[in-house]
Design a binder for this molecule. Sequence first.
Ligand code: PLP
Length: 397
Amino acid sequence: MTVAKKMQEFAEKSSWIRKMFEEGARMKAEYGAENVFDFSLGNPDVPPPPKFSEVLLELARNDKPGVHAYMPNGGYPYVREALARRLSEEQGVEIDQGDVLMTCGAAGGLNVLMKALLDPGDEVIILAPFFVEYMFYIDNHGGTARVVQTDAEFGVDLDALEEALNEKTKVVLINSPNNPTGQVYSRESIMRLGRLLDSYSERYCSAIYLVSDEPYRKIVFDGTEVPSIMKATTRSIVVSSYSKDLSLPGERIGYLAVHPLAKAKETLLDALTLANRILGFVNAPALMQRVVEQLQDVSVDTSIYEARREKFCAVLDAAGFSYVKPKGAFYLFPKSPVDDVEFCRILQRHKILAVPGRGFGAPGYIRLAFCVEDDVIERSAESFKAAMAERQGKDND
Ligand SMILES: Cc1ncc(COP(=O)(O)O)c(C=O)c1O
C-alpha cells in the first residue's frame, strides 16, 4: 500500500459532501445541469462585493518593490492593525494587532491552533452537528475529539457539555452561526459557557480555551446578533475568514485572534506564529492580506441569502418537512423522514442532491445548502414533494 492506512480509512469514511459532489457531476452530465437541484455544496455563489475587484486592481497596479517578499509569519502588521480595530468593536474588548494572526482561511487557523495547543491525547470538545473537517484537524495534531450533543433547537446543552469536561480537555470548539444548522448561540449560553470553562480551568489548573470558529458571523438574518466570546472569558480565541462574508474561499485568507488578557499570551502567540510557519503555510497570502485590509467593513449582500432562506422554507413547508429555521449561514438542516442516507437516495431519484446528517455527526437529518440561484430553489419544489410522497408510499407498503 502506498498511502498511510489512516489516510485510506479517512478517505473511505470521510466525506459525504465529496461523495455527493461526485454524484452531482455524474447526474449533471447525464440529465443536464439545469435539471439537477444541487444543494450539496457550501460554496458561496453570491459575488464578492464590487469593492473587492476595485481594491484588487488598484493594488495590482501599484506594485511596490518587496510586496511579494516573505514577511513576519503572523502577517503584515498594518493589516493586523486594521483587523484588530474591527475585532475590538465586534468583540467589545480592546484587541491589539499583536493579538491577531493572519492565516490561510479558517481551516488554516484551526490547524495552527490545534498544533499550538494540543499534546497527544488532549481532548477537544465539539458540538454535534459539526463541520466534519474538525475531526481531521484535531486528529492532525494528535488530539481526540469528544462530541457533545446540542439541544432540540441545536443550542448549547451546558449540562451535557459539563459532563464531557475532564483533565484532558484543552479546547471547547464552537461554531456560530453554525454549519450545518444555521443556529446562532445565545448570549446567555455563551456567557454561562465562559463561566463554566473558567471554573474548570481553575479546578484543573490548566486553561480550557473557548474557541469560536465564526466564518459566517456576518451572514445573519432577522437582525440576529452573534455574541462575543471574548466578553465571556479571557481564555478565548476567535478563528474566522473571508471565505463566506466576502465569498473568497479560493483565496485562502483568514485570521485568528487571542483574547488580549489571556494568561501567558505571549507564549501562546509565539506558538501560534511558529505553527503557521512550520505547518508550511509560512504566512497567509500577501496580496489577499493587502486586499482585506481595505475591506474590513464590507461584506456580500446577505439579503440575498435571507431571501433564499424564505423561499426554501416555503418549499420545505409545502412538502411537509420539519426543521429549525436558521438564524444565519446558508444551510437548512431538516429532519429526515427516514434514515438520512436512504432519504438522500430517494431525493437523488428526484434529482435533488443533499448531504446526509450523519456526515455532520447527526444521523436523521439532511443538509441543504442554499448557495444556488433562487430559481433552483423554486423549481425544486415539486421534486421535494414527490420525494416525500415516495417515502410515504414506502411507509404504506
Ligand atoms: C464551520 C466552518 N469552519 C471552517 C470552514 C473553513 O473555512 P475556510 O474556507 O475559511 O478555511 C468552513 C468552510 O466551509 C466552515 O463551514
